[in-house]
Write a protein that binds this ligand. Structure first.
Ligand code: FAD
Length: 455
């Protein structure tokens, strides 16, 4: 990668003077302004909001424009597979309000222009412009890419009503509506989202079959041993967990089916409109020959970075937007963070993290580098959580599926495990053990020997 542009203040020019009242965003239709540039943030999720917020906190006073392809105010995604799904007593308005990251006044009070329903369509790094899907052209001094992920679909599935994915608020509201009348759901993929949806649907009284080709849920991330403890938790709640099998065919009420293994996850988009006019899903056949009647299928087979609009722009892409250790891409004045971005870590590896707490850390580092300020010197120990029933699964550090796992507590439901690589403590994973997980932070940050925690 050519990260040729060093840390510097914006475009080498002095920062704009004090902000007055609402400055118009640097945008207009079908033409490129050469005067009123600023910082454009493409994407309307957590990473976009944290970046805009951090820019103002850091004293940046020029125009900030956030471009979101969604109509909602930016919102928090973790509750989508949890409270939003299973808290059926709440009205849609309250649900949306609960997860909205910042009220509308935040944007006006901070002079942040939020363009909703506006998709970034292409990028011209030479002209320093982003062209939106509707033809509007935004010019920028600096561009921040924060477009997140797109859920993968299984392209060979027939076009049946009742087959859902979960990434956005609209997906969640739609799934919630379907779940209210569903009898049995098949969830394809026992990653975090599949497991959380399983837990939420069980809370709603829906029969759930969780299908995972690997030997255990979450095995690819946390290893088989902990994956089996997660499977045990779901079985105790009545989920029919089927591991080591995939989906062979999906049948609709009119007998429609698909015929290959579903290994290919091409990620193509499919409109879910016209649901009521389509044949409805009725059953799923697994690769072991078993057939499960189902009126709801949730596809949770992962996501891919939302980078289609960057193809041909010159920005280097490889499983996301390739960045250095502060978020610079291969192109000058273009930065990226959040789920879409693959940052270089201290060991020189490109790592793309799809977890919530990572985003605020990246926003602080990126904005400091962009504004030529000292980067915050914090030792970041990666962290994520997943809520499944009454058990909060927490992961601190960088455990890998191939690490040696030491389960030090297990009461049949809750558990605590340390991960070891080459004698070093790499991480801790707990189910329902919040205090004990967090206690290991300093030791993980210090690269302590595993003997420190095994006593
Ligand atoms: P996103 O939140 O995906 O935001 C990207 C935004 O950009 C979206 O609004 C998208 O529509 C928009 N966009 C995409 N393309 C364009 C374009 N071309 N132009 C304009 N806008 C565009 N993490 C945890 O640590 N713990 C959890 O329990 C947890 N639960 C989760 C549950 C669910 C259902 C999901 C989906 C994620 C969960 N996460 C969890 C992950 C966490 O939410 C993400 O890490 C976080 O949302 C990343 O923020 P982001 O802004 O990078 O991406």
């Amino acid at each position: 990668m050519g990260h040729g542009h060093p840390t510097r203040s914006l475009t080498g020019q002095p920062l704009p003077g004090p902000r007055t009242s609402s400055r118009p965003p640097s945008c207009k239709k079908h033409s490129v302004s050469t005067t009123s540039r600023g910082i454009v943030i493409a994407g309307g999720g957590l990473a976009a909001v944290r970046t805009a917020e951090q820019l103002r906190k850091s004293g940046y006073q020029g125009p900030v424009v956030v471009v979101s392809d969604e109509q909602h105010l930016p919102y928090d995604r973790p509750p989508l597979s949890k409270d939003v799904l299973h808290d059926s007593g709440k009205g849609v308005g309250d649900v949306i309000a609960d997860v909205t990251l910042k009220p509308a006044e935040f944007y006006s009070d901070n002079d942040i222009a939020l363009l909703r329903g506006a998709a970034a369509g292409s990028l011209d790094t030479a002209a320093r412009t982003v062209t939106l899907a509707d033809g509007m052209v935004l010019d920028y001094d600096e561009l921040v890419i924060a477009t997140g992920l797109v859920p993968k679909r299984i392209p060979s599935f027939p076009d049946l009503a009742g087959i859902r994915v979960l990434r956005s608020m609209d997906d969640a509201l739609d799934l919630r509506e379907h779940a209210a009348s569903a009898r049995r759901a098949v969830i394809i993929g026992a990653g975090f989202i599949g497991c959380e949806v399983a837990a939420s649907l069980r809370k709603l009284g829906v029969d759930v079959v969780l299908v995972e080709p690997q030997p255990a849920p979450l095995a690819g991330v946390l290893g088989q041993r902990i994956g089996e403890l997660v499977a045990r938790l779901h079985r105790a709640e009545g989920v029919d967990v089927r591991t080591g099998v995939g989906v062979a065919e999906v049948f609709g009420t009119g007998g429609q089916e698909r015929s290959d293994s579903g290994e290919e996850h091409g990620g193509q988009e499919r409109s879910d409109s016209g649901e009521e006019n389509r044949d409805h899903v009725a059953a799923v056949e697994l690769t072991d020959g078993s057939v499960i009647d189902a009126d709801l299928v949730v596809v949770g087979v992962g996501s891919r970075p939302a980078t289609d609009w960057l193809v041909g722009s010159g920005v280097s892409l490889d499983n996301g937007v390739l960045c250095d250790e502060v978020g610079r891409t291969s192109e000058p004045h273009v930065w990226a963070l959040g789920d879409v971005a693959s940052w270089r870590d201290a060991g020189g590896h490109q790592v793309r993290v799809e977890h919530w707490s990572n985003v605020a850390d990246q926003a602080r580092v990126l904005v400091s580098a962009m504004l030529g300020q000292d980067a915050p010197s914090v030792v970041v120990v990666p962290y994520f959580w997943s809520d499944q029933y009454d058990v909060k699964i927490q992961c601190l550090g960088e455990p890998q599926a191939g690490d040696e796992v030491h389960v030090v507590e297990d009461d049949g439901r809750k558990f605590l495990a340390y991960y070891e690589r080459d004698g070093v403590l790499t991480g801790v994973v707990g189910g329902g053990m919040p205090g004990k997980v967090m206690k290991a932070r300093a030791k993980i940050a210090a690269g302590a020997p595993i003997s420190d925690v095994l006593g």
